[in-house]
Design a protein around this ligand. Structure first.
Ligand SMILES: [Zn+2]
Length: 259
């Protein structure tokens, strides 16, 4: 069984993203998806007959289970390309697979190289007093979607420090309490999104002109139609947080405080 890619495009057959065979085309790379199970991530030179190619921008709309499998396959293949050579001495790495793990091993300096993840925070800003949430229209979203605020965690930062910094940068907002909600692998190419709800504290809202077209408060009973889908953590936290607010249930009681 295979999850196949032609460069960064997923091969999809009429029956799904896991294919029984790709032997009709040349396989450049093959990695076990998880040690001990018989599904491999493969990079092939052409789309097998009867299949279609799905570009990364459309892979975001896969069903959650398929997206998780896609995430692992794509990140493993990306890792193989990104870490083909040892960053310490420049020697070409060899793939090592054990019953419990796989890693790239430098035959010269014995350095092990594992897939790299880039942790990010993603957040929705809540204003319980006024029954509203702040969402933003990012410049990178060409379809005018209203979504959450997100950014990379920088070296030396905790996730919560990144949350405070990113929300200040993108919206001008100061925040009070926050609550961790969950995470999702986001393989475009190798992010791990860590989701938080954050409590708005009275401060002037000013959209970051470099990243945002604008930011806007939405009444929790009148959300815009063009928010992220439920297969994404952004879409899920918008729906979860606003449903809790509509039910007048606090997200923050007895929860972690940054101050
Ligand atoms: Zn080395």
């Amino acid at each position: 069984m295979y999850i196949a890619f032609v460069k960064d495009q997923l091969v999809q057959s009429p029956v799904g993203i896991v294919l029984p065979s790709v032997r009709s085309v040349n396989i450049h790379k093959q990695l076990p998806l998880w040690p001990g199970i018989e599904i491999s991530a493969v990079e092939v030179d052409a789309c097998p007959e009867g299949c279609e190619l799905v570009p990364p921008v459309e892979a975001r709309f896969l069903a959650p289970d398929d997206l998780a499998m896609y995430a692992r396959a794509r990140q493993l293949l990306y890792w193989q390309t990104q870490m083909r050579f040892c960053g310490f001495c420049g020697t070409e790495n060899n793939l090592q697979t054990t019953p419990n793990e796989q890693f790239l091993l430098c035959p010269q300096c014995d350095q092990r190289h594992y897939p790299r993840l880039n942790p990010c925070i993603i957040s929705i800003l809540t204003d319980y007093d006024n029954q509203r949430v702040l969402l933003g229209q990012a410049k990178k979203h060409k379809n005018g979607m209203y979504a959450c605020f997100a950014g990379f965690i920088e070296a030396g930062e905790s996730a919560e420090q990144a949350l405070v910094r990113e929300l200040k940068e993108e919206t001008g907002a100061d925040i009070g309490r926050c609550r961790y909600l969950g995470s999702q692998s986001w393989p475009f190419p190798q992010q791990l999104m860590m989701a938080y709800a954050a409590e708005y504290r009275d401060s002037e809202i000013v959209a970051d002109p470099d990243e945002m077209n604008h930011v806007k408060w939405f009444d929790i009973h009148a959300l815009p139609d063009n928010i992220p889908g439920e297969q994404t953590i952004a879409g899920r936290i918008i729906r979860f947080v606003t449903s809790r607010m509509r039910a007048q249930q606090s997200l923050y009681d007895d929860y972690f405080s940054l101050s």
